[in-house]
Design a binder for this molecule. Structure first.
Ligand SMILES: [Zn+2]
Length: 161
């Protein structure tokens, strides 16, 4: 009950925007980088790291004033923070609460690990495209060269904006 009240207070501080909750502890900054959101937006951004959580033990939370996430952002979150809940806030109220799931295809989020892949050729304006072979553990296959990448390789080859 106490946690619920606390949560509501945190959310109420935003008039309109997005709250990304239940991020694995210590992952908030990489989530920000992957979403391409920085202080240069000029909007208020709050990042809380290692907050006590009944569900996860500890968690990170990001609050973004005036920023709303796209479907592509949801897919990025699914890769690195599969347990997140995303609340869309309008007029200080949660108007939409979403969960993420790993899509069947991953486009433009991960760089192919194969150096000779066509997507790695200089000047090639091809965006990477992978088919998800397995969601748990995560394993994906490049549509262009067939190279399979595991979770560690995916994390090391995320494309930051
Ligand atoms: Zn490839």
């Amino acid at each position: 009950m106490a946690e619920q009240t606390e949560k509501e207070l945190r959310v109420r501080k935003i008039v309109q925007g997005t709250v990304i909750d239940h991020i694995s502890p210590g992952k908030a900054l990489i989530v920000m980088r992957l979403l391409g959101i920085s202080e240069s937006t000029g909007f208020p951004i709050s990042i809380a790291i290692n907050i006590p959580s009944s569900k996860l033990g500890k968690k990170d939370i990001i609050k973004l004033e005036n920023i709303f996430l796209s479907e592509s952002d949801f897919n990025k979150l699914a890769l690195i923070a599969p347990k997140v809940t995303i609340s869309k806030i309008q007029d200080m109220r949660i108007v939409q609460k979403s969960y993420v799931s790993i899509p069947d295809q991953i486009v433009g989020i991960v760089k192919c690990i194969n150096p000779t892949c066509i997507t790695n050729k200089a000047g090639e304006p091809i965006s990477t495209k992978f088919t998800v072979l397995s969601k748990k553990p995560l394993s994906i296959k490049c549509e262009y060269c067939g190279r399979v990448m595991d979770f560690e390789e995916i994390m090391a080859n995320l494309i930051f904006r």
